[in-house]
Design a protein around this ligand. Structure first.
Ligand code: F0G
Length: 409
């Protein structure tokens, strides 16, 4: 029998030298999805559904949201189409999700789930719809994220829609232009810090959470929104054999796996897909640990890749990502920058899909591997996010004759 501890009566919890404030459980808007709880993915301890508890007070492990009363009854649009599978019934939305699932011309049995078609151009919108709803329910007036760019863009937009203020903590000089423009446009306060994303994230964990509600992927509620990608793939294609996902901070691969696992629990998927996590070679602590059979990854101090969205040396969700890959019989692989940029071009020219480099990492992985059966590669972000990586050639035309000569070549 598993031991269950409910900490909803406490208001302070300690783990090591860190003190966590655990708010008394309040009856938030869980609708008739009765039985929402948090469970530690490491020790299995259970807690009430506290919106401000992000680590297990007992062992420090990552937490997962458990929805006990769930059932399959998709209706409507946005992530709330799957309200009966989610911990909350309704919330903030901009019609996120319902992204195109396109059969690729690059390889047989390859499908592309184009998350660049979300409202702010990345998969983060699925998570932010739920995350910002939770922030509002928790009574927060402000949200905060560390980001390589897309989380910032999405948090800024969804916070604006919910009437909340957003702070985005970014690694100075390492964020693609399109994402910065979005954060600025939606009115976020942009705080640029020295160092890499990993430092920005640890600053948010140590200081940001005291002042604003954190919406990075260590927040398990946000990942509940991201699991809806699995439901959409299921509705259109059934249960594929492989799902290939770019991995940075490593939350999304777990969220998608969780979505499929739940479809399995409800008897909708007889066979669950293998989860394949793709990292960029210069930022691949999980792929290396996997290859070398290490129990714990060796983190990197100076990650480097053209795919700035996944330039991460210390993925906060690595334990969850390992669970996803192990449980599903999948793997982690790495692809180098040349393969990523080649895949970006190939996808753009064969399938008409514009991906930012991190988004194309899954395509690079799917093209490099010989995966049996039907594969869905998740293209996580839009090409316009990072315009500077694309070489633009123009032909100067000074006269009608030159135009005609160019057109007839
Ligand atoms: N692809 C894109 C386009 C991303 O922006 C990210 C993460 C990932 C893949 C990796 O997802 O972290 O769940 O493994 N971007 C975060 C950000 C880190 O700040 O926007 P993950």
């Amino acid at each position: 029998m598993r031991m269950v501890e409910i900490y909803s009566c406490c208001n302070i919890a300690r783990h090591g030298d860190k003190v966590y404030i655990v708010r008394r459980f309040v009856a938030y808007a869980f609708g008739d999805n009765n039985g929402v709880a948090l469970r530690c993915v490491v020790c299995g301890a259970e807690y009430g559904p506290d919106f401000r508890l992000f680590r297990c007070p007992r062992c420090g492990g990552l937490l997962d949201v458990v929805v006990r009363g769930k059932y399959w009854a998709p209706k409507g649009s946005g992530i709330w189409r799957y309200a009966t599978m989610l911990p909350m019934k309704t919330g903030v939305t901009m019609g996120e999700g319902r992204t195109p699932l396109v059969e690729s011309r690059l390889k047989g049995n390859l499908w592309v789930k184009f998350e660049g078609a979300n409202p702010t151009g990345s998969f983060k919108d699925r998570g932010m719809a739920l995350g910002v709803t939770v922030a509002r329910e928790a009574g927060a007036g402000k949200v905060v994220v560390a980001s390589t760019g897309n989380t910032a863009a999405s948090a800024a937009a969804y916070a604006a829609r919910a009437g909340l203020k957003a702070y985005v903590v970014l690694p100075r000089g390492h964020v693609a232009r399109g994402k910065l423009v979005q954060a600025a446009l939606h009115g976020a306060e942009i705080l640029a810090v020295e160092g890499y994303f990993d430092r920005a994230l640890s600053l948010v964990v140590d200081y940001g959470t005291k002042y604003a509600y954190p919406l990075n992927s260590f927040n398990p509620w946000r990942l509940e929104g991201q699991k809806t990608l699995a439901y959409e793939v299921y509705e259109e294609l059934g249960c594929p054999d492989n799902i290939v996902v770019p991995v940075g901070n490593a939350g999304n691969i777990y969220a998608i796996w969780k979505g499929f696992r739940e479809l399995g629990e409800l008897g909708l998927c007889a066979k669950l897909p293998r989860m394949v996590g793709v990292q960029a070679a210069g930022a691949a602590p999980l792929a290396r640990a996997w290859r070398e059979g290490l129990q714990n990854p060796l983190f990197l101090d100076s990650p480097n890749t053209v795919a700035s969205a996944i330039r991460i040396g210390k993925p906060v969700n690595w334990v969850k990502a390992f669970i996803a890959v192990r449980e599903s019989g999948g793997m982690f692989v790495e692809v180098d920058d040349t393969e990523i940029l080649r895949a970006q071009l190939a996808l753009a020219r064969a399938d008409g899909i514009g991906a930012e480099p991190a988004g194309a990492a899954s395509i690079a992985g799917a093209l490099a591997l010989d995966l049996p059966g039907v594969t869905v590669a998740v293209v996580t972000g839009h090409a316009l996010k990072d315009p500077d990586v694309v070489e633009v050639k123009t032909v100067p035309v000074a006269s009608q004759e030159e135009l005609i000569s160019a057109l007839s070549r």
